[in-house]
Design a protein around this ligand. Structure first.
Ligand SMILES: NC(=O)c1ccc[n+]([C@@H]2O[C@H](COP(=O)([O-])OP(=O)(O)OC[C@H]3O[C@@H](n4cnc5c(N)ncnc54)[C@H](OP(=O)(O)O)[C@@H]3O)[C@@H](O)[C@H]2O)c1
Length: 259
């Protein structure tokens, strides 16, 4: 299936590693021009070099801390400066610490929400006028099944993800007026640096592959490329009728009715 992403312009936040890196590479392979951002330069350069191997689309990398408003404004401005427009925003940079409720401090809650929730809200607000002017655009929020499966040990991330599921639907309602489509993706366990660290900590001497295998009914965790394929599809006009939906990709790990 041709996703017809050739010539489209995308921003992928947290595009230097994991799901963000796989997404940036997939979009470039499909012919898009991609602006990736993250804090660390080395991984950004590595991603850009990998993407350039495809010789189809274009990629530029910019160092930015998405927890800072001025950085996030710089990313949006640079994308327009470099590529002339913004067709796709993939809000992906975010993480939240697990921990015992009574031990987590206000500062820790605020720090994690500042990136995972407000980082998404602020960048969406930043790119919306450009998309409105173009009368088209797609925003894909990479969220997480933690928002659908409440857990006492993952309250900061879980509640931020639940809020982002809501935000995605509410922003879709707003975006409809301006030709802007908004969707969310809820990944379950996906084998990135983050998940590996998390699993290693929980393994306590058990074999890591066994621990990872038990995370889903399919007996394996997902690969970043599998999420990237979903994001590329959702960002394309092939998914033009998918709007305000939060889509789960978790190998069946979420047992609930929603997602
Ligand atoms: N992997 C999973 O199992 C899983 C499950 C559910 C949801 N998710 C969600 O999927 C998204 C991607 O996760 P991942 O596992 O791919 O993460 P990852 O492999 O740890 O990569 C995170 C990316 O975000 C960047 N980043 C982190 N903090 C940043 C900041 N303050 N400003 C800008 N960039 C920042 C990192 O680069 P720097 O550190 O250099 O900035 C890196 O490029 C996250 O929103 C996560 O919550 C993942």
């Amino acid at each position: 299936m041709d996703l017809e992403l050739g010539g489209k312009v995308a921003i992928v936040t947290g595009g230097s590693k994991g799901i963000g890196r796989a997404t940036a590479i997939r979009l470039v392979e499909e012919g898009a021009s991609v602006m990736v951002c993250a804090r660390g330069k080395e991984a950004l350069d590595e991603t850009a070099a990998l993407a350039r191997k495809s010789e189809t689309g274009r990629i530029e990398a910019i160092q930015a801390d998405l927890g800072k408003i001025e950085d996030l404004r710089r990313v949006a401005a640079r994308c327009v400066e470099q590529f002339g427009r913004i067709d796709i925003l993939v809000n992906n940079a975010g993480s939240a610490r697990p921990g015992e409720f009574q031990k987590l401090t206000d500062d820790e809650w605020l720090e994690d929400w500042n990136l995972k929730f407000f980082g998404y809200v602020r960048l969406a607000r930043e790119v919306l006028p450009q998309m409105q002017q173009q009368r088209r655009g797609v925003i894909v929020n990479v969220i997480g099944t933690g928002g659908l499966i409440p857990s006492g040990g993952y309250m900061i991330g879980g509640s931020a993800n639940a809020a982002l599921n809501h935000f995605t639907k509410a922003l879709a309602n707003e975006g409809s007026k301006h030709g802007v489509r908004v969707v969310g993706v809820n990944p379950g366990p996906i084998l990135t640096e983050r998940l590996r660290l998390f699993a290693e900590r929980g393994a306590r001497g058990r074999d890591l592959n066994e621990v990872l295998g038990k995370m889903t009914p399919l007996g394996r965790v997902g690969q970043p490329e599998e999420v990237a394929d979903l994001i590329a599809f959702l960002a394309s006009d092939r998914a033009a009728f998918i709007h305000g939906a939060n889509i789960t990709i978790d190998g069946g790990a979420n047992p609930g009715l929603i997602g």
